[in-house]
Design a protein around this ligand. Structure first.
Ligand code: NAI
Ligand code: 15L
Length: 265
């Protein structure tokens, strides 16, 4: 078990959902965000930190033996925001990990690194990236940065290309991209328990009937997702129309992100 696991972006959706599910992974959770994290429990510490502030990031990382990196801009946005939170922020995080001797990270990458592939294409983690916006490009940068810190300094990272990790799929596209909170927590456990991790790219998706991604790389660290979005299909059909054949949510793996403008340009 880890002594102290840092979770960045702990006030966000995934941070809040994982916080209650990671008791078996670390003795203490250090919960960090740019906004205050509410109600720390007896085995939790809270830190308020802007990822763009290198000195603050170093202090946030000090004393931890693992990092789950959820912090940053999580959707499309203007380049300045993405630059500070996702590009400078990630560089600061890896530099702090190197300086403080933290050997293992889970980096929350995204399906928007490959969002311009069509939904009838089957992808392996080795297929070329096709980001669908500046947010996706920042996650491509993050994947490259993680790979460099592994090759140069031996810091291991699970690069998890998360599909859609929410309580339940919000639309028909997410039947293929959904990852349950429980599968996500199990994945985090496998990442920090694996004797050797390396720097694998892993599709963060449940065992859905509808799939676009080859999830073989996850089995190497013992992760076998248990949930399946199919149980939500009937309720989704009752709640909303399926997207038309030429709608971005039915054409592209990245769905509507492919239609976003360059914000602030
Ligand atoms: P979220 O937007 O709910 O949480 C992100 C957190 O990061 C927020 O609490 C925010 O305050 C914090 N943050 C933003 N800028 C910051 C900065 N400069 N310094 C420090 N903290 C900052 O996002 P969510 O859904 O919890 O996602 C977590 C991570 O997983 C994100 O990196 C996102 O890109 C990634 N991801 C999530 C997916 C999902 O379906 N939830 C899908 C693919 C990737
Ligand atoms: C992401 O990368 C976002 O962080 C999340 O909010 C969802 O939009 C998800 O992708 C998705 O593609 O459904």
């Amino acid at each position: 078990m880890l002594k102290k696991l840092l979770i960045t972006g702990a006030a966000g959706g995934l941070g809040r959902a994982m916080r209650t599910r990671l008791g078996g992974v670390a003795e203490t959770l250090r919960l960090a965000d740019i906004v205050p994290v509410e109600d720390p429990g007896p085995t939790e510490e809270v830190v308020t930190c802007d990822l763009a502030d290198a000195a603050a990031v170093r202090a946030m990382v000090a004393g931890c033996d693992g990092i789950v990196h959820f912090g940053g801009k999580s959707v499309e946005g203007d380049f300045g925001t993405i630059l500070n939170a996702n590009i400078l922020g990630l560089y600061n995080l890896y530099e702090a990990a190197r300086a403080e001797g933290v050997g293992r990270v889970l980096f929350a990458s995204s399906n928007h690194t490959i969002g311009f592939y069509r939904q009838d294409e089957w992808l392996k983690t080795t297929d070329p990236m096709r980001p669908d916006g500046l947010y996706g490009v920042s996650k491509c940068f993050g994947e490259a940065l993680a790979s460099m810190y592994h090759d140069k300094f031996g810091i291991e990272t699970a690069i998890v290309r998360i599909g859609s990790c929410f309580e339940e799929p919000a639309n028909h596209r997410m039947l293929a991209t959904w990852m349950s909170f429980d599968d996500c927590a199990a994945l985090i456990g496998c990442v920090f328990r694996a004797p050797r991790l390396g720097c694998p790219v892993i599709w963060g998706v449940s065992d859905n009937d509808q799939k676009w991604w080859d999830t073989a790389s996850a089995a190497a660290i013992g992760w076998r997702p248990q949930d399946n979005s199919e149980r939500f299909r009937a309720a989704l059909d009752a709640r909303m129309e399926r997207p038309a054949k030429d709608h971005p949510n039915a054409v592209y793996q990245g769905g509507m992100f492919t239609q976003e403008p360059i914000h602030g340009a």
